[in-house]
Design a protein. Structure first.
Length: 244
């Protein structure tokens, strides 16, 4: 049996603070795009970005595609619905989006439905939703291709905006990373974890909850969820890697 290696007394202190985690792994995609999710108009833009971030498209490519759409005046749902498939698909293809035809089709379908049924307002769509299931159903009904993963991706950074979405749990990856860092108690489940992360972000003073959760998602997917500290992006600052 291999003995557990204890960190040497001369080892540098672990820096697993929220700001260090976000600095090393990057902020939430909405933050990277400069979107103010307190504004209904930017919620619409975040809906567009949520579609782009799906599938096998790398985050960097999806963000570049959104910026390209924005330069063409096509970042808002109403603009995409008005522009139509060909213009949207061209922008996505130029940005290197995988399967740009299918992604453009979903974007146009979702944005057209939001404009036609809800006047282009996400707050209008969410208003009066009877709980999380009803809100998720309304979002998924915007069009084929905007399924469960896209709905969760869209709602996670805005779960506190509507009473219907406040029960949205964290993902297993976030839960695993938060537990490994000691930020989420081992006895706490996915439903209670968001409150612990909000307190941790608030105590740090410089990090938003959505940025912290996004960083934990990346950390969890890379290492914690699979119990692979050797793949931890934090390297020497990973508590498990240091004790492996």
């Amino acid at each position: 049996m291999t003995a557990t290696r204890r960190p040497d007394s001369t080892s540098p202190p672990l820096d697993t603070s929220p700001d260090n985690l976000v600095n090393r792994l990057g902020p939430h995609a909405a933050s990277a795009l400069g979107l103010d999710l307190d504004l209904d108009e930017d919620l619409g833009r975040w809906l567009v970005a949520s579609v782009l971030l799906g599938g096998r498209t790398r985050e960097a490519v999806a963000l570049d595609a959104f910026r390209r759409l924005a330069r063409e005046g096509l970042a808002a749902p109403a603009d995409i619905a008005r522009a139509g498939f060909a213009n949207v698909q061209r922008c996505l293809e130029e940005a290197g989006v995988s399967k740009s035809e299918s992604v453009a089709a979903v974007l146009v379908r979702v944005c057209t439905a939001l404009v036609r049924v809800h006047g282009g307002s996400v707050d209008g769509l969410a208003g009066g939703a009877d709980g999380l299931d009803d809100l998720a159903r309304r979002l998924s009904q915007l069009g084929t291709g905007f399924g469960k993963a896209a709905v969760l991706r869209f709602l996670t950074p805005v779960r506190e905006r509507w009473s219907a979405s406040r029960d949205l749990p964290t993902s297993p990856a976030v839960l695993a990373a938060g537990r490994d860092l000691g930020w989420i108690p081992a006895t706490q489940d996915e439903e209670g974890a968001p409150a612990s992360l909000a307190r941790r972000a608030s105590a740090s003073g410089d990090v938003s909850t959505r940025d912290l959760e996004a960083a934990l998602e990346k950390l969890g997917r890379a290492a914690c969820l699979r119990e692979r500290p050797d793949r931890c992006p934090l390297a020497g600052s990973c508590p498990k890697a240091r004790h492996a």
